[in-house]
Design a binder for this molecule. Structure first.
Ligand code: GAR
Length: 205
């Protein structure tokens, strides 16, 4: 059984999609253990506890940065049973860059979703970057987290066309629908031991 910890900062719609899939029995090897937010007012915290009965925890930075902050998150994860042996950490709109120490602690056990086709448009406001660049196709990427920003091995991607007249909002909304499909799918594949990382490449077994 994989103990799942989800880190959020806000709305938590990707978290919701993952918890819904778990509740519906679509990832039987996954036990949602805890949802952690750096922001006390993250709407996703209520969704996690009220809709799914999942334990939540707020870990406010209080000025702490890098590993000084991340070690508190690791403590909260481990307290909930999310360990480097049997855990999976999903970043789901967690708006902090995690430290190399965190990444090494949960080696090859941290996933992230990004609202663009990486390696295009990493970082913040990916959908706005895509519109301003003028690309005709965008989408989303689930990837393993490495020590860089949005640079880890790609697990799954979904594409969508960028329409003439798309705004950041309309494009974001269409990408988000795809995110909600692809992130639970990646978690399921991970939990079934079907993701094999070979250098930069992830083979889906
Ligand atoms: C999602 O679109 C996610 O891809 C994005 O933040 C949103 C969070 O929404 N993440 C990033 O931009 C990370 N660089 P959610 O809280 O409703 O899941």
């Amino acid at each position: 059984m994989i103990n799942l910890g989800i880190l959020i900062s806000g709305r938590g719609s990707n978290m919701d999609a993952i918890l819904a899939a778990a509740k519906a029995g679509r990832m039987p090897g996954v036990r949602p253990a805890v949802v952690i937010s750096n922001k006390p007012d993250a709407a996703g915290l209520r969704t996690a506890s009220e809709k799914y009965g999942v334990k939540t925890k707020i870990v406010p930075p209080e000025g702490a940065k890098g590993w000084d902050y991340d070690r508190k998150v690791v403590e909260a994860l481990e307290e909930a049973g999310v360990t480097p042996q049997n855990g999976l950490v999903c970043l789901a709109g967690f708006m902090r860059i995690i430290s190399p120490e965190f990444v090494r602690h949960y080696k090859a056990r941290i996933l992230n979703i990004h609202p663009a086709l990486l390696p295009s448009f990493p970082g913040l406001h990916a959908q706005k970057q895509a519109i301003e660049y003028g690309v005709k196709v965008s989408g989303c990427t689930v990837h393993f987290v490495d020590e860089g920003v949005d640079s880890g091995p790609v697990i799954l991607q979904k594409t969508i066309p960028v329409m003439e007249g798309d705004s950041e909002e309309t494009l974001s909304a269409r990408i988000l629908e795809q995110e909600h499909q692809v992130y639970p799918e990646a978690v399921r594949l991970f939990s079934e031991g079907r993701l094999k990382v070979e250098g930069r490449k992830v083979r889906v077994l």
